[in-house]
Design a protein around this ligand. Sequence first.
Ligand SMILES: NC(=O)c1ccc[n+]([C@@H]2O[C@H](COP(=O)([O-])OP(=O)(O)OC[C@H]3O[C@@H](n4cnc5c(N)ncnc54)[C@H](OP(=O)(O)O)[C@@H]3O)[C@@H](O)[C@H]2O)c1
Length: 311
Amino acid sequence: MRTVPLGSTGRQVPNVVLGLMRIQQLDDDAVRELVRTGRDAGIDFVDHADVYGDDLHGCERRFAEAMRLTPSEREQLTIQSKAGIVREGPYFDFSYEHLVESVEGSLQALGTDHLDVLLLHRPDALVEPDEVARAFDHLESSGKVRSFGVSNHTPGQIELLKKSVRQPIVANQLQLSITHAPIVAQGVAANMAGEDQSLTLDGGGILDYCRLNDITVQAWSPFQAGFFTGVFLGSDDYPELNAVIDRLAAKYDVPPIAIAVAWITRHPAGMQVVLGTTTPERVAGAAQGSDLPLTRAEWYELFRAAGYRVP
Ligand SMILES: NC(=O)c1ccc[n+]([C@@H]2O[C@H](COP(=O)([O-])OP(=O)(O)OC[C@H]3O[C@@H](n4cnc5c(N)ncnc54)[C@H](OP(=O)(O)O)[C@@H]3O)[C@@H](O)[C@H]2O)c1
């Protein structure tokens, strides 16, 4: 498993991580097997959120109840969670009270005394940077959170937070797959007239901004064609893409899922791929894409086969 820097923390973390958004219905054995398969492949980093599961903190609780981690097992894991979404609205809430209450709920559900990383889940239009700073200061000084990051944020939104927040923003979790790649594709077709691809959907150069500011990009939904529209792997909707994936999978002697991972890990930004599968075999296959050096020609061929323009 290849590792990448986690922002400016000085810590190295695996470039494939286990997202646990979909584990609510798994029994104890299934959760343990999923995590064990990841660990065997070098994945010691898990991604949670307070809102994952049937109830608030549902997947965090399912994970903790199934794993019953000893203190030393807990220390071997990097546990990341997120706050800021209120499901009942739905709306977003980056107030001091909401963020602190959410983290305390996550710690209780997870049965741990600290989160390694806390992400602000989705931008709050009513964000007050001073409130976020107060929450981060409290969570850091009380030892409840070690590092802080964001998710689905634009450069401007991160800059706004940085007006008040002292702690480095170490990660930005963003939707990215071969078929949903506006954060990569826009730059390739920048300034072209009449090209949808040249439109800025990401608030302007978020990928370059993250690279310039040592913010680790974490790619969520790495196999989904769009916004939870089903996976592109093996889909009849993507015959050209799957033909290229299958050919490269045969060439490198890996399952197709590893090629989809490698398209992301090959990018020099040093991204992390956040898997959402609950199938251990798929986790093992995906891990094979961690350090698979696609050639430049292969990377661009996948990009073109997914429908993106290379002018
Ligand atoms: N920050 C955010 O806003 C945000 C949003 C969404 C997700 N996330 C994080 O990102 C993680 C991944 O998201 P995701 O679950 O949408 O991504 P994903 O890994 O692209 O999709 C996984 C889903 O696709 C299914 N699937 C069907 N065929 C598959 C195949 N051939 N290979 C792989 N999966 C296949 C899986 O089913 P099986 O389980 O049956 O294998 C699972 O339901 C989540 O767990 C969460 O941690 C973050």
